[in-house]
Design a protein around this ligand. Structure first.
Ligand SMILES: [Zn+2]
Length: 176
């Protein structure tokens, strides 16, 4: 749940998938959090409450379920792209974007600077170990990483787009 760092990753992904709309790349990076809101709304996950004990987010932020959702959403993108000759590429990239969210969360959780009760991401369901590198233990790390990743992601995005335009310009020149 590293709020805007996921946006930076989605923008930067334009470098590896210049043919896919950046909106989809960004959306993929938020799928697990969108699922979390849905599960919290129906009571499968718990909203963080001040001072109250909450269970770790199992249904979409455990390593096991993040892999499951990444595969399922990759398949969904592959199916939705059935008219495209690049559907395999679209499916793989979208699945990777969904999993990239988990990787960023793994690096940043437990984020005790913003959620004091956070103990990390579960491997699977109850009683499995909680893991995470805990980058967000200080507010300085939170701000530097959140803003830094968007700035870097945006720079990579602009560079990737410029490169793509140059390539298509050269391609049309040689075609003539
Ligand atoms: Zn998250």
């Amino acid at each position: 749940m590293a709020a805007i760092a996921h946006l930076g990753v989605g923008l930067a992904a334009k470098r590896i998938a210049p043919d896919i709309n950046v909106g989809y790349l960004i959306l993929g990076n938020y799928v697990l959090d969108i699922l979390w809101f849905g599960f919290a709304a129906v009571g499968l996950e718990t909203w963080p409450k001040q001072g109250a004990a909450i269970h770790p987010p199992y249904w979409e932020h455990s390593l096991l379920m993040a892999v499951v959702w990444s595969v399922l959403f990759g398949l969904l993108a592959w199916w939705l792209g059935r008219r495209s000759p690049h559907r395999m590429h679209i499916g793989v990239i979208f699945g990777l974007m969904v999993f990239a969210h988990w990787v960023v969360d793994f690096i940043t959780h437990p984020m005790t600077a913003v959620m004091p009760t956070d103990r990390g991401l579960p491997l699977a369901f109850s009683d499995t170990p909680l893991i995470g590198l805990g980058l967000y233990r200080t507010m300085t790390a939170v701000w530097v990483t959140e803003i830094g990743s968007v700035v870097v992601g945006l720079a990579i995005y602009i560079w990737a787009r410029r490169r793509m335009k140059q390539l298509s310009a050269t391609a049309s020149v040689t075609a003539r």
